[in-house]
Design a protein around this ligand. Structure first.
Ligand code: PLP
Length: 370
């Protein structure tokens, strides 16, 4: 096939499914035969599998990453009057969780090269009310954990990892999601470990927190109809858990193939400013992000060549309409604001073909205005 005639989507999950179709279909069928859909043995099994994979004591399967952030904050008793430090560049759900528990998000600008929370700017934002740092391992590589751990210890505040994009990533040999007090994963279909619907998990080494999280996800119920605390209903379901146990076996392989594609992008695209990775961290290339001068023009050019690019994220958190009440304004976080205007995410998925990769590289290399 002529390279000119192929189109490159942003992601392609059909190929993934094709590879594991038999296993997946069987796993779903077994759940249907059992007719047990909520908090049964598959959820327990997946929780054990994921804990083993991460090297952590407890995984609590829930309905989404967003709910995970809410539950993590609640488990740590973070609520009204408390402040939570968090980066100005992330998916909206990170901050939404803080708002949902009525705590106050306190934004910090990001670092220009790594796009992660700028740890040099955290301590200025710490007050008597600061309860936690809710950091994000953005795009699939770790934030500066060394600094964050030092700061959190010094000021006696919690570390919450939004690891929703960081499945399988390692920092100094330890998995992302095991580096703080509590961590959150999303299994939204497009994540590196994705369910076939919504899903998420909260992970911790702390037994007491784990017990509380299990109550919180299930109406605050310890024994059926006995409600110890005010919880909610946010549970990973059996079908999704069965799917996730199958897909977990392939996570490292698929992360590897994403890394190979990333390497080719970095090596072959002529002029490129892309995300710098901290030496202590690996990358799972959930997203491969570059900066371009004129984004609108670049994306249009790529589209004209049948290549689909996306933006993560076009509007910084502090400038979102829904957060107007926090009183932030344009200019408050110049690096986040500047990056938000220039970043583009390139197509990235396991099973990307050689032709597709080559087409992305060649197309960018013939663009004049990078
Ligand atoms: C996807 C994502 C979430 C939210 O997860 P959902 O499962 O979609 O609710 C939170 N934070 C980050 C950084 C994410 O990428």
């Amino acid at each position: 096939m002529n390279i000119k005639n192929i189109s490159v989507p942003f992601v392609n999950f059909k190929r993934e499914y094709k590879k594991i179709k038999k296993e997946i279909n069987l796993a779903i069928k077994e759940v249907l035969e059992d007719q047990a859909f909520v908090l049964g043995k598959r959820v327990e099994e997946f929780e054990k599998n994921y804990s083993n994979y991460l090297g952590i004591r407890h995984t609590i399967g829930i309905n989404s990453g967003t709910d995970g952030i809410i539950l993590a904050l609640k488990a740590l008793n973070v609520g009204e009057g408390d402040e939570v430090i968090t980066p100005a560049n992330s998916f909206f759900a990170t901050t939404l969780g803080i708002e949902q528990v009525k705590a106050t998000p306190v934004f910090v600008d990001i670092d220009e090269e790594t796009y992660q929370i700028d740890t040099n700017k955290i301590e200025d934002k710490i007050t008597k009310r600061t309860k936690a740092i809710l950091l994000v391992h953005l795009y699939g590589t770790c934030a500066n954990m060394e600094d964050i751990i030092t700061i959190a210890k010094k000021h006696n505040i919690y570390i919450i990892e939004d690891a929703c994009q960081a499945h399988g990533v390692e920092y100094k040999g330890k998995k992302a999601g095991t580096l703080g007090d509590i961590s959150i994963f999303s299994f939204y279909p497009s994540k590196n470990l994705g369910a076939y619907g919504d899903g998420g998990a909260v992970c911790t080494d702390n037994e007491e927190l784990a017990v509380k999280l299990k109550l919180l996800r299930n109406y605050g119920q310890r024994v059926k109809y006995y409600h110890d605390i005010l919880g909610t209903n946010t549970r990973l379901d059996e079908i999704q858990a069965a799917i996730l146990s199958v897909k977990l076996k392939y996570l490292d392989i698929w992360n590897n193939s994403r890394n190979k594609i990333a390497k080719r992008y970095t090596k072959n695209i002529k002029t490129i400013k892309t995300q710098t990775v901290y030496k202590s961290s690996t990358h799972n290339y959930h997203l491969y992000v570059i900066e371009v001068k004129n984004r609108e023009e670049f994306i249009k050019y790529m589209h004209n060549n049948d290549i689909n690019c996306q933006i993560h994220y076009p509007i910084p958190l502090h400038l979102q309409q829904a957060l107007k009440h926090l009183g932030y304004k344009e200019g408050d976080f110049p690096i986040t604001e500047n990056v938000a205007k220039h970043i583009v995410s390139l197509p990235m998925y396991p099973f990307m073909t050689n032709m597709e990769i080559k087409k992305v590289i060649d197309t960018i290399n013939t663009y004049e205005n990078l």
